[in-house]
Design a protein around this ligand. Structure first.
Ligand SMILES: CC(C)(COP(=O)(O)OP(=O)(O)OC[C@H]1O[C@@H](n2cnc3c(N)ncnc32)[C@H](O)[C@@H]1OP(=O)(O)O)[C@@H](O)C(=O)NCCC(=O)NCCS
Length: 179
């Protein structure tokens, strides 16, 4: 993958993370609500977690970007693609700080990441999954035109509970048709 891009949408700038983002990131990502429906966000979330995450964002097969508002540059969340070059597919993931839920930001950011994945990275397939108890993420994936591919029953362990994983996918040719 070439360098990490900065992407723009109507309301958002989606851009690479830097050290200077840590102070703003911690209170946003550190709430229980954000951790509760994500697989890889620690809770509590420490500065060490943030530094580890920043290191991961530099890996060539990871594209994790900060979602910020165009108006004032404020961070509101994060979005990423975990790329498997061999298969030309990637897993999409995203989160927003709780004050920013319900305003269409996740859909807006993800739509642009999908465009980047298919157009610029020339991926063949993008997929995503959400916990069974997180229907709003399922709604985001449907709004993106993803196809529901099934429920992996009790596939994951979260906070001492078995949780279902609902899988969605989008192929390049389907995305092109729906563009
Ligand atoms: C999931 C998340 C990213 C959604 O972000 P968002 O910006 O609020 O999403 P959008 O506003 O684009 O869309 C949310 C949709 O879910 C719907 N929704 C909200 N609560 C819902 C519920 N309990 N059941 C069904 N749909 C719900 C909204 O009505 C909206 O759909 P609509 O546009 O058709 O009305 C955000 O809640 C979040 O960051 N949660 C914590 C982290 C997380 O779960 N990340 C995803 C891991 S898979």
């Amino acid at each position: 993958m070439a360098g990490k891009p900065t992407l723009q949408t109507t309301r958002l700038v989606i851009r690479p993370y830097g050290e200077a983002d840590i102070a703003e990131l911690l209170p946003l990502i550190g709430t229980r609500e954000v951790a509760a429906t994500t697989l890889r966000i620690a809770h509590p979330y420490t500065e060490q977690d943030a530094r580890g995450f920043l290191a991961i964002t530099k890996e060539p097969d990871k594209l994790w970007l900060a979602i910020t508002l165009q108006t004032d540059g404020r961070q509101i969340g994060g979005i990423g693609l975990r790329i498997e070059t061999q298969h030309r597919h990637a897993e999409l993931g995203y989160w927003l700080g709780a004050p920013y839920w319900g305003q269409g930001y996740a859909t807006e950011a993800a739509r642009e990441m999908i465009r980047y994945g298919f157009e610029d990275l020339e991926l063949h397939r993008i997929f995503a999954s959400h916990f069974g108890h997180n229907p709003s993420s399922g709604r985001v994936l449907k709004k993106l035109g993803m196809r529901y591919e099934g429920c992996q029953r009790e596939h994951l362990r979260k906070w001492d509970q078995w949780v279902d994983s609902e899988l969605y996918g989008l192929l390049r040719q389907e995305w092109k048709k729906g563009e």
